[in-house]
Design a protein around this ligand. Structure first.
Ligand code: UDX
Ligand code: UDX
Length: 465
């Protein structure tokens, strides 16, 4: 196998954009072209003003500034980029199906299939095709069958190279990856392809962090890694409900169990519920494949992680309603945070959406402040649920740019995202502006219990009575 000098990535999203930027930075000898069918998104990636990049990730704009126009390019010329590349990453979205068989659970592979057909149509020489999108087990064999039946004599090697980066820390996760997983056929040409892709990562990662497996193990490992992480969050959240009924404190419990080196301390922060584009989707996928292989016990076991997460979001909303004297109708409730976690502008599956929806059902008047999420995104998230008309959503929920203006005459503040800036606010001034009693519902355990109570707040922290 020749050394790889030209790669292309289809899909300039949260995964494709940062991953390719880091490859371009770490491999100056490789020309990286990121293509997307969305012209607007590509224009944003090419914007002179780096604050207008479509994705916010700490450290990303510095890397784009360094590499863009040198060995990193963003374009909508998909066919040209495919034709010129030796190695093609597929990094398009794979949403949960909203129609037909597997609706609400299975991943919708139509974009992946379109990409494969496009690669088959355009390619004139041998290529390595890498699945970067999270996919159900066995997708590689589907891609292979599409590519191998083109009849134009081109050979394709299909690899699975799942992404483990977390949003908000994507650049660091890529630069210092715990591991890179590369799955491929156990044939001589499969081995060559795995080695060619490994060589890219080995330009900045030590050898023992680049793992090679067969394709199915690689595909399944991605789903299982996310399922295990989400399971930890649901496990600790289930205990947070118990803590609220007793005098136990969830932070003390997390800390106590996390000190056991067999358990470990990560992913034990109780919260209003996990969000993000991956956890729920990947578990639903796992549940779907387990069920379709006739393993209902396995499917039910993992489904419980999602059920617990839905319960946590519902519980948080219900606590706000009961605490505010069983009615929130016409009451102003301020949301601090809308993103699914701090340091990202991504809102996919954010707990805030579902908490807002439950409160809007009770006719609450919600005011949202998030440092990175624009108003259009917030309204789009609510409209997508189809619970009420877009006009109704805009009438009941307002989005503001000033966190202190938001709290004027508010009945309650709910903390939905753990943005650092919320900790530094002048909570005394916030208290003065709010109606009394002034309630704060902390879904992220961000603020200090004693301090909030001393200031006069009725302060509720998830996981504490
Ligand atoms: C997505 C999946 O959600 C994730 O599971 C997977 O691991 C990687 O791909 P993400 O990058 O966050 O993650 O998705 P998104 O930000 O929606 O970006 C996908 C991009 O692909 C979009 O910009 C979309 O326009 C583009 N796309 C989609 C194409 O260029 N061609 C297509 O046919 C379909
Ligand atoms: C996750 C995986 O971590 C990553 O490896 C994979 O590639 C994509 O999915 P991401 O969704 O970006 O990454 O964020 P992550 O940090 O895992 O958080 C997911 C959700 O769980 C967030 O809503 C977060 O707030 C929540 N969470 C996380 C908790 O509620 N408690 C915790 O202790 C950790």
């Amino acid at each position: 196998m020749k050394e790889i000098t030209k790669i292309c990535c289809i899909g300039a999203g949260y995964v494709g954009g940062p991953t390719m930027s880091v490859i371009a930075k770490q491999c100056p000898n490789i020309e990286v072209t990121v293509v997307d069918i969305n012209q607007n998104r590509i224009d944003q990636w090419n914007d002179e003003n780096l604050d207008n990049l479509p994705i916010y990730e700490p450290g990303l704009k510095e890397i784009v500034a360094e590499t863009r126009g040198k060995n990193l390019f963003f374009s909508t010329e998909v066919d040209k980029a495919i034709d010129e590349a030796q190695l093609i990453f597929i990094s398009v979205n794979t949403p949960t199906k909203t129609y037909g068989k597997g609706k609400g659970q299975a991943a919708d592979l139509k974009y992946i299939e379109l990409c494969a057909r496009n690669i088959a149509r355009v390619s004139k020489d041998d290529k390595i095709v890498v699945e970067k999108s999270t996919l159900p087990v066995r997708t590689a064999s589907a891609i292979k069958s599409i590519l191998q039946n083109t009849g134009n004599g081109v050979n394709f090697e299909i690899l699975s190279n799942p992404e483990f980066l977390a949003e908000g820390t994507a650049i660091d996760d890529l630069l210092n990856a715990d591991r890179v997983l590369i799955g491929g056929d156990e044939t001589p040409s499969g081995q060559e392809a795995k080695d060619a892709l490994s060589a890219i990562y080995l330009q900045w990662l030590p050898k023992d962090r680049v793992l090679q497996t067969n394709v199915w193990s690689s595909e399944l490992s991605k789903l299982v890694a996310n399922a295990f992480l989400a399971q930890r969050v649901s496990s600790i959240n289930s205990i947070s409900a118990l803590c609220e009924k007793t005098d136990a404190n969830i932070s003390e419990v997390s800390r106590a169990i996390g000190f056991d080196s067999r358990i470990g301390s990560k992913f034990l922060n109780s919260s209003v519920g996990f969000g993000g584009s991956c956890f729920q989707k990947d578990i639903l996928n796992l549940v779907y494949i387990a069920r379709s292989f006739g393993l209902p016990e396995v499917a039910d076991y993992w489904e419980q992680v999602i059920i617990m997460n839905d319960y946590q979001k519902k519980r948080f909303a219900e606590n706000i309603i009961t605490t505010l004297y069983n009615t929130v109708s016409g009451k102003k409730i301020v949301f601090y945070g809308w993103a699914f976690k701090k340091d990202t502008n991504d809102t996919r599956e954010s707990a805030a959406i579902y908490v807002a929806d439950a409160l809007l059902d009770e006719q609450a008047e919600i005011v949202v402040y998030d440092p990175k999420v624009p108003a259009e995104r917030i309204y789009a998230d609510l409209d997508y649920l189809n619970t009420r008309s877009p006009e109704e959503n805009r009438r009941l929920l307002k989005v503001v740019k000033d966190p202190s203006e938001a709290v004027e005459d508010a009945h309650a503040v709910a903390v939905l995202t753990e943005w650092d800036e919320f900790k530094t606010y002048d909570w005394k001034a916030i208290y003065d502006k709010m109606l009394k009693p002034a309630f704060v519902f902390d879904g992220r355990r961000l603020l200090d219990n004693e301090k909030m109570k001393t200031l006069g707040f009725d302060y509720y922290k998830i996981g504490q009575s």
